[in-house]
Design a protein around this ligand. Structure first.
Ligand code: SAH
Length: 404
């Protein structure tokens, strides 16, 4: 298969400063530019970077060189050298698929097959929506290898079309070899809106224009659970996007579900997704900023049996952490005021820079500050198709609180 023209790569020999070397020995996938202590020659995106031990000069790991990123080398292979060839990628695909197998035994045909670093493929995301594979690249390092990777992915997923998505930062820097964001690189995509199933509930995603790869697969287990908690209940879904939580709640037999999002387009998707499934409950929508919208609902003395608050990442950069914590605090306090007695407040965070313990502590402190006492029903983390193998890979956490 010829997705790109042949892109030549070479091998670089690299040695690291002691602290970075120690991290590599522990299996960390990132080598920052300032940790490189010796490099035999300049590299291009996707060149193989072989990391040698400073003292013993033996092989430590191998990665792909990224001149466009401060994370200069992204590691893909540790301890034992291995030929990085077509077979290596086939093995990675098989391994990744095996991990997802239990999920695919449920009534679900949407899943993340490659979760970047966590599947030893830094900056490489592969999501499947029914029979469409959406690949999102966050780094140029993968271009030389696409002709090998894509066929193995098609084979293992049985997809009939492949869509390529390119991150904004990737598009603004080096060469893309004629590839465009949103390009169909294999097969025939009949409709850019693809319908798929998540634990028996139908959804649709725009795989060409939607956020990331079109949908957020990561909360699947939490959405299923909210669905199970919603029978005969009133539900508020804040930052609803395409209605992930809302539609599961309706399908779970909620009397009434309100989806709130700042984006009119997201709310339209939520309405359409609700209509893909048959349900008796009413679906209401609010287009508003969440902080203002929640305050308005409090002023109107509204209450719900279940309130879900799943905001976007508030700390995309290091210097946003303290503001992000304040936002989580505010949301917990606002949300808590809208929950009926014995109702459930579901608070989620997808900021990897705010660790789970801090997030839960902030949430709990501010539920109390709203004058509500609580019992922790559960705390959940990543679903099967979002495995974690390094600290920064963990980002998702979700607390279930039963309020007095
Ligand atoms: N809960 C969703 C995912 C949320 S993604 C799911 O399960 O799929 C984050 C959403 O927050 C986006 O739809 C975005 O439009 C919305 N958003 C961002 N800032 C917002 C704000 N200030 N108020 C309300 N919605 C906001």
């Amino acid at each position: 298969m010829k997705i790109t023209p042949f892109i030549e790569t070479k091998r670089l020999a690299i040695k690291l400063r002691p602290a970075a070397e120690k991290m590599v020995k522990q299996g960390h996938p990132w080598i920052f530019e300032n940790s490189i202590f010796k490099q035999n020659e300049d590299g291009k995106a996707g060149d193989l970077a072989i990391i040698y031990d400073n003292k013993k000069n033996n092989f430590l790991a191998c990665g792909l060189y990224d001149p466009h990123s401060p994370i200069r080398v992204k590691l893909i292979q540790y301890k034992k050298p291995s030929q990085i060839d077509e077979e290596w990628f086939i093995n990675r695909s098989i391994e990744a698929f095996k991990i997802r197998q239990p999920l695919l035994e449920t009534d679900t045909n949407s899943y993340r097959l490659f979760f970047g670093e966590n599947d030893h493929l830094p900056g490489f995301i592969a999501d499947v929506y029914n029979n469409v594979l959406v690949i999102k690249l966050y780094s140029h390092i993968w271009f030389p290898y696409l002709n090998w990777i894509i066929p193995s992915l098609i084979e293992i997923t049985d997809c009939t079309a492949v869509v390529l998505r390119l991150s904004r930062s990737l598009q603004s820097k080096g060469e893309t070899f004629g590839l465009r964001d949103g390009q169909v690189i294999y097969g025939d995509l009949k409709n850019e809106v693809v319908i798929f199933k998540e634990h028996g509930v139908l959804f649709s995603a725009n795989v060409i224009k939607g956020h990331k790869t079109g949908y957020f697969l990561d909360h699947r287990h939490n959405r299923k659970r909210v669905g199970e908690l919603s029978y005969n209940k009133t539900v508020l879904d804040v930052f609803s996007y395409a209605g992930g939580f809302s539609v599961h709640a309706l399908q779970g037999g909620a009397q009434n579900v309100t989806s709130l999002d700042i984006s009119k387009q997201a709310i339209e998707m939520a309405k359409e997704n609700a209509l893909l499934n048959s349900h008796k409950g009413a679906h209401e929508v609010i287009v508003a900023d969440a902080f203002d919208g929640l305050q308005d609902l409090i002023n109107q003395k509204q209450k719900y049996d279940v309130v879900v608050i799943d905001p976007p990442s508030f700390a995309k950069r290091e210097n946003e952490i303290s503001r992000a914590k304040k936002s989580y605090a505010k949301l917990a306090k606002l949300g808590a005021q809208l929950v009926n007695s014995k109702g459930i407040l579901v608070l989620a965070s997808c900021s990897s820079r705010i660790v789970a313990d801090d997030f839960f502590e902030i949430s709990e402190e501010h539920i109390l500050a709203a004058g509500r006492s609580f019992e922790i029903q559960d705390k959940t983390y990543h679903d099967i198709d979002h495995p974690i193998n390094f600290t920064e890979g963990a980002y998702l956490k979700c607390g279930y609180y039963i309020l007095d």
